[in-house]
Write a protein that binds this ligand. Structure first.
Ligand code: ZN
Ligand code: ZN
Ligand code: ZN
Length: 122
C-alpha cells in the first residue's frame, strides 16, 4: 500500500461522483413560503405584499385636505375619502352670491363678499 492510496481512500473518482449526483439529485423546486405580510399599525395579515402596501396607506393618511379653513388636519388614507370629504364638507359650505341672476359660488365667504362688493355694489 502506497502513501498516496492512504491519503485518498475514496473508491470513486471525485469528478465522476459529482456529475452523477448532480443529475440524480436535481434541486427540488423549493416552495418558498413567503412570510405573512403583517400590518405594523393594526396587525392585519395579508397574503400579498401589494395588499399590505395598499392597506398601510390607510394608516398613513397621506391625502390631506388643503381647503382653506378646513379643520380636518388628519388627512385621509384614500384619495376617494378625501374627495368625499371635499364633496360633503366643502361643497356644502359653498357661498353663493345673493345678487339676482348672479348665483356665482365661492369657497370662502370673504371671497363671495368681495365679489359682491366689486360686481354689484354700484
Ligand atoms: Zn393596518
Ligand atoms: Zn377639508
Ligand atoms: Zn354676484
Amino acid at each position: 500500500m502506497s502513501l498516496e492510496q492512504l491519503a485518498n481512500p475514496a473508491p470513486e473518482s471525485p469528478t465522476q461522483g459529482n456529475s452523477i449526483e448532480a443529475t440524480l439529485r436535481r434541486p427540488a423546486p423549493r416552495i418558498r413560503r413567503k412570510p405573512p405580510q403583517i400590518c405594523d399599525s393594526c396587525g392585519r395579515v395579508f397574503t400579498r405584499r401589494c395588499d399590505l402596501k395598499k392597506h398601510a396607506k390607510t394608516h398613513e393618511r397621506a391625502f390631506k385636505c388643503t381647503a382653506a379653513g378646513c379643520d380636518r388636519t388628519q388627512g385621509f388614507g384614500l384619495q376617494k375619502d378625501l374627495r368625499r370629504h371635499i364633496d360633503t364638507i366643502h361643497r356644502k359650505s359653498t357661498f353663493t352670491c345673493d345678487y339676482p341672476n348672479c348665483r356665482q359660488t365661492f369657497s370662502r365667504s370673504d371671497n363671495c363678499q368681495r365679489h359682491f362688493e366689486e360686481q354689484h355694489s354700484n
